[in-house]
Design a protein around this ligand. Structure first.
Ligand SMILES: [Zn+2]
Length: 354
């Protein structure tokens, strides 16, 4: 897209100017110096007149942030890479920095109600909205990824406490159910998501049979990237909805403090990464914080081996799906674990291993 090329060129030119000024004259150029010259750029290169002014300013600020990051890393004595020129493959977005002010849309991105949004310099663009916007939209970034275009809104979510609730729940994050709760509910990722995964695996296999670098290889590779993206979108969507669901119903949510990095080194690696627990927990914490609800993490050791009714410890193989204890307690294995997690979070009832 044209705006992508123009902003990338501007970024590179501004970087060149900063380098030259420093090398030749020992002078540093600020982002404000560079913004003042945008008029000259437009006079010399009329194609820049078609680009929204704030998008150009934001491009210069992006470079400025790259320099700020570089300087502060140097200051802290860390390894610091000097800001780089961006080639075609390393520039995939531009940003409208202000889309909303005092309760009104003042910039681009306003939904037109017919499934389209208006983007200056581009026109009316059809969008597929994955979630309603929450909070106040601040910026809009147009991003290209795996051959598709995305409109990403960054919103400021104000603190909107829900009415207090003394209901508490424990959640067990697992592989067979994504989440099992101490109230006996289980949540699995949507079917469409699993179907997409099967498709992905097939494409991956087909790709391995093509000759590297051939046209068919490239085409399949692009398809693979698109399928990956689609799955990531669906997964994030599922995480948001599930987190919203739990935060709305419970005042306290207890989960295991997962050492995902540790698990990822084991043979469970693929499924663990796919399950995306870390992403889900981050979303859950954010939603809980803005609703005034509590999320508690408890140490993960042995929660699946303890009986939630009597506290007895019994070893279970990973393949045993049912918890059945001598005391008469029979539960889905993950629901039993969720009950133990809840108890640990509330008062450490099983602290020390029961
Ligand atoms: Zn028991």
């Amino acid at each position: 897209m044209r705006i992508l090329d123009l902003t990338r060129e501007l970024y590179n030119a501004a970087l060149q100017e900063r380098r030259d000024a420093w090398r030749k004259a020992g002078k540093s150029v600020t982002v404000y110096d560079q913004m003042r010259l945008l008029g000259e750029v437009k006079a010399a290169r009329p194609e820049y007149q078609g680009v929204y002014a704030q998008v150009l300013q934001e491009t210069l600020k992006r470079l400025d942030r790259a320099f700020q990051g570089f300087f502060s890393r140097v200051k802290r004595g860390e390894k610091a890479g000097y800001p780089r020129f961006r080639g075609r493959g390393w520039w995939d977005s531009f940003t409208f920095p202000q889309v909303w002010r005092e309760g009104k849309w003042v910039g681009p991105g306003k939904p037109l109600g017919n499934g389209k949004i208006k983007i200056p310099g581009v026109g009316h663009v059809r969008i597929k909205q994955h979630r309603p916007l929450e909070g106040v939209p601040k910026t809009l970034t147009i991003k290209r990824s795996a051959g598709c275009w995305y409109a990403v809104y960054v919103c400021e979510v104000s603190f909107q406490p829900l009415p207090p609730s003394d209901k508490a729940v424990g959640i067990d994050l697992g592989l067979s159910h994504f989440v099992a709760t101490s109230d006996g509910e289980t949540f699995a990722p949507p079917k469409a998501y699993r179907k997409a995964e099967v498709k992905l695996a097939r494409t991956q296999q087909a790709l391995s049979r093509k000759k590297r670098g051939s046209n068919r290889y490239k085409k399949l590779k692009m398809r693979l990237a698109r399928q990956h993206q689609k799955i990531a979108n669906r997964r994030r969507d599922f995480h948001h909805k599930l987190a919203r669901n739990l935060v709305n119903r419970y005042g306290t949510i207890v989960h295991e403090d997962l050492n995902t990095a540790g698990l990822a080194r084991t043979r469970l690696s693929k499924s663990v990464q796919d399950a995306g627990w870390a992403q889900f927990l981050a979303i859950l914490s954010a939603k809980a914080a803005s609703a005034g609800r509590r999320v508690v993490a408890v140490p993960p050791h042995g929660t699946s081996q303890i009986c939630p009714q009597c506290g007895r410890v019994q070893k279970k193989e990973l393949s045993e799906r049912i918890h059945a204890c001598e005391c008469g307690c029979v539960l889905d294995r993950d629901v039993a674990a969720a009950k133990v997690i809840l108890a640990l979070g509330l008062d450490g009832a099983f602290g020390g291993g029961g």
